[in-house]
Design a protein around this ligand. Structure first.
Ligand SMILES: Cc1cc2nc3c(=O)[nH]c(=O)nc-3n(C[C@H](O)[C@H](O)[C@H](O)COP(=O)(O)O)c2cc1C
Length: 356
């Protein structure tokens, strides 16, 4: 039974960050529901890992890797934890998280608060050593400390410690709330960064939706040249669409949720075309229904993530999206999700392999 509608008014009345802590605490204490989807048409293999379905939890929800098992049990095919930084840090001053309920959107300027790499790694260790393993793929999102003198050393530290524990690793160069971070997306900086980072696990790059065409072309070229494992498209936006609630127009930070949806989908389409469909894309930004997820898949995403819609719709959304996706595939006469990846772009390279 879906209890979220009963708790939602209480959570919405709370300060957003407190509400988040409460939800995370409830999940850790075992109060989360257990869902699973076994539809064959949604299973795929990517990076030699089997995904039971293409829907994942985006980075930022579980920054300290505290609730991996309960989050996977909600029915996600994969969970991306982090962003983690080498050292613990408090993040920006509060308030730093704001809801736009009408638009099911959020502005955040958290600034990577977290307990640091060691705490994070130990939590993954405990998850890996559980007596009752939970199925699902684990992505780890890595970042840098505020004011670090050497970003690349921060990434290297995180990578070295977490590589053995993660199924894939996302290099976050796109959060808008750490000064200088997005500058690492520029050609020269990104080239240096990607040359300096090597891993035995797939390395993914998470990019911002606020790139101009020249920046996007540079990133696509470097992604191909460095043979990166995948692209996560996208992080939050600095744009302020006209529909945004007026009281939030002047809040600094990254916007996520419905108001980000089209911007991120367009960028997915661009990158799928620019890379000829050869680099797997995780599509993220404003997914709040099966139709939204399907749109991103047709634009070129092999997998999809969400975060903000979970705040407004609760965990039953996961099953709704997965069942809805199966129906949409059937409606279009497709046997497997992989047949839909990028169809809309005409590029036509199938990414995720069906599990047969
Ligand atoms: C409160 C909050 C915190 C976030 N923290 C991170 C983070 O630490 N690292 C990251 O890569 N993305 C972070 N994100 C961005 C999400 O992972 C995602 O890219 C973005 O919110 C778009 O998806 P959505 O519209 O489904 O929320 C955060 C988003 C929110 C709302």
């Amino acid at each position: 039974m879906d209890l979220y509608p009963y708790f939602r008014p209480l959570l919405m009345a709370m300060e957003p960050e407190q509400a988040h802590r409460l939800v995370l605490g409830a999940l850790k204490a075992g109060f989360g529901p257990s869902n699973c989807s076994h539809d064959e048409s949604l299973k795929s293999t990517l990076w030699s890992r089997e995904f039971k379905n293409p829907l994942g939890l985006a980075a930022g929800f579980d920054k300290d890797a505290e609730a991996i098992a309960p989050l996977l049990a909600l029915g996600f095919g994969f969970v991306e934890i982090g962003t983690v930084t080498p050292l613990p840090q408090p993040g920006n001053d509060r308030p730093r998280l704001f809801r736009d309920r009408k638009n099911e959107s959020v502005i955040n300027r958290l600034g990577f608060p977290g307990k640091g790499l060691e705490f994070f790694a130990r939590n993954i260790d405990s998850f890996r050593q559980r007596a009752a393993p939970v199925s699902g793929v684990l992505g780890v999102n890595i970042g840098i400390n505020k004011g670090t003198l050497s970003p690349i050393d921060d990434y290297r530290l995180c990578l070295g410690r977490l590589e053995p524990l993660a199924d894939y690793i996302t290099i976050n160069v796109s959060s808008p709330n750490t000064a200088g971070l997005r500058d690492l997306q520029a050609r020269k900086e990104l080239d240096q960064l990607l040359s300096g980072l090597t891993s035995t696990k797939p390395l993914l790059l998470k990019i911002a939706p606020d790139l101009n065409l020249a920046q996007s072309v540079d990133i696509a070229e470097l992604a191909l040249q460095h043979r990166i494992g995948g692209l996560v498209i996208s992080n939050t936006t600095l744009m302020r669409p006209a529909e945004l609630a007026p009281h939030l127009k002047n809040e600094k930070g990254g916007l996520s949720g419905r108001l980000l949806k089209n911007l991120s989908t367009e960028l997915i389409r661009d990158f799928y075309q620019m890379t000829g469909g050869t680099i797997p894309i995780i599509g993220v930004g404003g997914v709040s229904s099966a139709e939204d997820a399907y749109e991103k898949i047709k634009a070129g995403a092999s997998l999809v993530q969400l975060y903000t819609a979970l705040i407004y719709q609760g965990p039953s959304l996961i099953t709704r999206i997965l069942e809805g996706l199966t129906d949409l595939l059937q409606r279009d006469g497709l046997r497997h999700m992989s047949q839909a990846v990028g169809v809309e772009t005409g590029t036509g390279k199938v990414q995720a392999k069906a599990v047969v």
